[in-house]
Write a protein that binds this ligand. Structure first.
Ligand code: SF4
Ligand code: SF4
Length: 198
């Protein structure tokens, strides 16, 4: 922002700057209205006629590095990759990862998480847990938003099975299927926030 003493005479009048702002806004309005009308009558244009997205019917395109909801990755045979080393929980600034380690029947596997939970109400989606994991066992590449659960804070805790299921859907059916399920759920929440099928 310019300091008052650096402004030109016209800028100090304010009226000129207000007129510039009104002209810009009116120009944008005419441009978007024209694009909208052209698309309505079937004329293809490069631009979207509006800047809003009709979520959840329409997905906004995200950058490839967008941090979506977590998933716990799987080994080739479908077992959990996590070794319950606690590095993610240690790195987490929100202290929202809870792990209960257990001995595995297979002697070649030292430990696995009998319980692995993320309290998504506390999570700040910083991605430190993903950075900290030495075996690529947790990722945030699902491309979906944080979920809305019923008004009980405990229901926002995502357990190991939920986090693994996301990996299964992603690997078996692709990211589009994951988003479609998420979208269907959001539509139910929109229709009836207190009785949606969670
Ligand atoms: S994204 Fe950040 S706040 Fe959320 S669980 Fe991972 S480390 Fe914790
Ligand atoms: S997700 Fe990764 S960092 Fe966290 S406990 Fe499992 S192996 Fe360790």
């Amino acid at each position: 922002m310019k300091r008052r003493e650096d402004m030109s005479f016209l800028e100090r009048l304010y009226v000129w700057e207000i007129a510039k702002g009104v002209a810009q806004t009116t120009g944008d309005l005419i441009k978007h209205l024209a694009t909208f009308l052209m698309q309505t009558v079937g004329i293809k244009t490069q631009e979207r006629p509006w800047v809003t997205y009709q979520y959840p019917d329409e997905a906004r395109p995200y950058a490839p590095r967008y941090r979506g909801r977590h998933r716990l990755t799987l080994n080739d045979e479908g077992s959990i990759r996590c070794t319950a080393c606690f590095l993610c929980a240690t790195a987490c600034p929100a202290n929202c990862i809870y792990i209960e380690p257990a001995e595995h029947d297979d002697p070649s596997i030292e430990k696995f998480p009998a319980r692995y939970e993320i309290d998504t109400l506390l999570c700040v989606y910083c991605g430190y847990c993903v950075e900290a994991c030495p075996v690529d066992a947790i990722r945030m590449d699902t491309g979906i938003h944080p979920e809305i659960y019923p008004p009980d804070p405990r229901s926002f805790i995502e357990d190991k099975e939920t986090l693994m299921l996301r990996s299964r859907i992603l690997e078996d059916e692709g990211p589009e299927a994951l988003f479609t399920r998420h979208r269907e759920h959001m539509k139910k929440v929109e229709r009836d926030p207190f009785n949606a099928d969670y």
